[in-house]
Design a protein around this ligand. Structure first.
Ligand SMILES: *Cc1c(COP(=O)(O)O)cnc(C)c1O
Length: 407
């Protein structure tokens, strides 16, 4: 039973004291506490500061290319004969993905806080690239931690980071992917908190990160809302986004959270051969990287090795706000396999001339299947979190062993 006090809390009010229901929190080593409290205070101040918001807006518009278009995918819609499919084009943001929205906000905040150095972890390399970009444009030295395995499968992004002046640290521990890079970045931050800001790349980590990253990414959903009301005269029926840590999905969903008629669908990495990264669909509650949420762990509580065709979804945890949305059934989360994602990748490429990131391709498959089951007068919006240039080598490598061009 809800008490009156609980009943008064709207979903949009979360986090309350750093927590999303029982999820989130600040499970961090003592040495990081002062930095987390400093960050929280600085963020609250920046959020209320018209000067900070104007500076961020200026970078979003004139440097980042916002607002991004919302595009009616007519051929995709006609091919599947269901609901109208609209695409929110975050692939057109400077850097090629939604990561910029968060990174620019955090980098500006770090500058306001007088920090002299930026560090970041990266999986697909997109967050590292965005951090290197922000470091370059603000003149702040930037260092990026990246797993060795990811460096091999995302070489062009390693080159991009280096070209923009960032230092890239190779992480060889564990599975040498995103989880290990995150652990390494946190270790470095513990030793350098006084002059360094750690730019976390998704709605994960200890409070205030999940809230702050959500707020910076909410520009996606805010724009969708304005664009839909202007161009379609109503709100969408379903919003679809892929979920790694969950930042592009949270940015898409959050501005609609009190609009109960708008359904949320998150697409996680279903992987292949029983190996996956579907923390919400198949995980259990635990603590990872400073927050309580769903994660993939074995019986001893050790995080499991994950697999996804897309480096950006290859993470055993997920943002705590998604864990809350799952439990209260505000959002639905489904696992999309590598093979299904490749199908989504081809649909968008062949029918619309838009090559999506492999992460995005999971959302494309989920969104198209949902749209196919709905009536023509309904509207499905899929957030295209990034472009696929970085994945061409992966896809062509696979095409040699799989049948392509099936449309
Ligand atoms: C990083 C990345 C993702 C996954 O991150 P979220 O925090 O879940 O959004 C998805 N798509 C692209 C293109 C990415 O670069």
């Amino acid at each position: 039973m809800n008490t009156d006090a609980q009943a008064e809390i709207k979903i949009s009010d979360y986090p309350v004291e750093g927590k999303f229901g029982k999820y989130g929190g600040r499970f961090a080593p003592e040495i990081l506490m002062p930095a987390l409290l400093e960050l929280e205070a600085a963020y609250e101040q920046a959020k209320a500061s018209p000067e900070f918001q104007a500076a961020l807006r200026d970078y979003q518009i004139n440097y980042g290319g916002r607002p991004t278009p919302i595009y009616e995918a007519k051929r995709l819609t006609n091919h599947f004969k269901g609901a109208k499919i609209l695409l929110k084009r975050e692939d057109l943001v400077h850097g090629g993905a939604h990561k910029f929205n968060n990174v620019m906000g955090q980098a500006l905040l770090a500058q306001h806080m007088g920090k002299k150095r930026l560090i970041a972890e990266t999986g697909a390399g997109q967050h590292g690239v965005a951090s290197a970009m922000a470091g370059a444009v603000l003149g702040i030295p930037t260092e990026v931690y990246m797993g060795k395995v990811d460096m091999e499968r995302q070489k062009p992004n390693v080159y991009r980071m280096k070209l923009m002046g960032a230092k890239v640290h190779t992480v060889e521990s564990g599975t040498a992917t995103l989880k290990d890079a995150t652990s390494e970045a946190m270790r470095n931050w513990s030793a350098t908190v006084a002059d360094t800001h750690y730019i976390i790349g998704s709605v994960v980590g200890p409070h205030p990160y999940p809230m702050m990253v959500r707020d910076f990414q909410a520009v996606i959903g805010d724009e969708i809302k304005g664009q839909l009301l202007r161009e379609q005269g109503r709100l969408p029926d379903v919003l679809v986004a892929c979920v790694g840590g969950g930042s592009n999905a949270m940015g898409t969903f959050y501005p609609f959270v009190e609009d109960k008629e708008v359904k949320f669908l998150g697409a996680e990495a279903g992987g292949s051969n029983n190996q996956h990264a579907a923390s919400l669909s198949q995980g259990a509650v635990g603590v990872l990287h400073g927050a309580k949420s769903y994660l993939l762990q074995d019986e001893e509580g050790q995080t499991q090795a994950t697999h996804s065709i897309s480096a950006g979804l290859d993470y055993p945890g997920v943002g705590p706000e998604h864990a809350l949305y799952k439990d209260i059934k505000r959002a639905e989360y489904i696992a999309i396999t590598d093979e299904q994602a490749l199908e989504g990748f081809r649909w968008l490429s062949e029918l619309e001339g838009i090559i999506p990131a492999l992460e995005t391709a999971h959302a494309v498959y989920a969104g198209v299947m949902r749209a196919k089951s709905m009536k023509k007068d309904k509207i499905v919006v899929i957030t295209v979190s990034g472009r696929g240039d970085k994945d061409l080598e992966t896809v062509f490598g696979l095409e040699n062993t799989m049948a392509g061009g099936h449309l």
